[in-house]
Design a protein around this ligand. Structure first.
Ligand SMILES: Nc1nc2c(ncn2[C@@H]2O[C@H](COP(=O)(O)OP(=O)(O)OP(=O)(O)O)[C@@H](O)[C@H]2O)c(=O)[nH]1
Ligand SMILES: [Mg+2]
Length: 227
C-alpha cells in the first residue's frame, strides 16, 4: 500500500507565533529522523514560505505556499482543495514523507481545521494578547488537539497572569493538552515534538522517563498541561 504522510495543522491568530513554532520544531523533528515538509497559507503573498526558505531549514521544494486569497479559515475548513493539492504535490515529489505541517493564515479564535485536511491540529495563542483569551471559549482554542500557549516570556511586560491562563485553559480545554512555549528560546518545543510523535505519528515514547510518566500519570493530556 502507498505510504501517505501524517498531516498536522497549525492555526491561531495573526502574529501568535505559528511560523516561529515551525522554525523551532523542524530542526528537532529532522534530528529525530522524521521526514517533514511544510505548506504555508497566506492571504495574498508567499511571505511565510519565503521566510522558511530563507532560513534553509528544509530544501525549498519541501516548502509550498498556498495563497488563499480569502478568509484563511475557508482554505483550511470549508474548501481545503488548494491545501489538498499542495499536499498531493509534496507526496508525489517526496513519497517517503512522514509528516506535513500546514500553517493556516492568521485568523481568529473561531478558526478550526477540517479533519478532511489534517489528522490533528494545534492552535497557537499569544500570551501578549492577554490572559483572558482561554476563557473567551473560542472553538479553535477549545477544539484543537493541542493548544500551544506561546510567548510566555511576554507575560510580565503585558500584565498577563500565567496562573489565570493555566486555570482557564484547564477549565475550557477540559483536560485536553496545552503546552507553554517561548519560541524565541525554544522552551516547551520538546514537549510539542513529544505530542507529535505520540499522538500524530503514533511512535512509542522514547525515553524511560517519559515511559514511566505515562504509567504513573492518569493521562498524557494531564502531563502536557503542565508548563
Ligand atoms: N517574545 C516572543 N516573541 C515571539 C515568540 N514567538 C514568536 N515571536 C515573535 O512574534 C512575531 C510573530 O511571529 P510569527 O511566527 O511570524 O507569527 P505567525 O503566527 O506566523 O504570524 P502570521 O503568519 O502573520 O499570522 C515575530 O516577530 C516573532 O519573532 C515568543 O515566544 N516570544
Ligand atoms: Mg506565519
Amino acid at each position: 500500500m502507498e505510504k501517505t504522510a501524517a498531516r498536522l495543522g497549525i492555526g491561531g491568530a495573526v502574529g501568535s507565533g505559528k511560523t516561529a513554532l515551525l522554525e523551532g520544531l523542524i530542526p528537532i523533528l529532522l534530528e529525530k529522523g522524521i521526514d517533514v515538509a511544510v505548506v504555508t497559507n497566506d492571504l495574498l503573498t508567499t511571505e511565510d514560505a519565503d521566510r522558511l526558505k530563507r532560513k534553509a531549514l528544509l530544501p525549498p521544494a519541501k516548502i509550498m505556499a498556498v495563497e488563499t486569497g480569502s478568509c484563511p479559515h475557508t482554505a483550511i475548513r470549508e474548501d481545503p482543495s488548494m491545501n489538498l493539492l499542495a499536499i498531493e504535490d509534496l507526496e508525489f515529489q517526496f513519497p517517503n514523507l512522514d509528516l506535513i505541517l500546514i500553517e493556516s493564515g492568521g485568523d481568529n479564535l473561531a478558526s478550526t481545521f477540517s479533519y478532511d485536511l489534517v489528522d490533528a491540529y494545534i492552535f497557537v495563542i499569544d500570551v501578549g494578547a492577554g490572559d483572558d483569551i482561554p476563557r473567551k471559549n473560542g472553538p479553535g482554542f477549545v477544539g484543537a488537539d493541542l493548544t500551544v500557549i506561546n510567548k510566555i516570556d511576554l507575560a510580565p511586560y503585558v500584565g498577563a497572569d500565567l496562573e489565570v491562563i493555566r486555570r482557564d485553559t484547564k477549565i475550557y480545554r477540559r483536560g485536553k493538552p496545552a503546552i507553554y512555549t517561548n519560541c524565541k528560546l525554544g522552551t516547551g518545543l520538546d514537549q510539542v515534538v513529544e505530542f507529535i510523535s505520540q499522538k500524530v505519528l503514533f511512535q512509542e515514547a522514547e525515553t524511560e522517563e517519559v515511559k514511566s510518566q505515562q504509567i504513573n500519570s492518569s493521562s498524557v493530556a494531564e502531563q502536557l498541561c503542565q508548563p
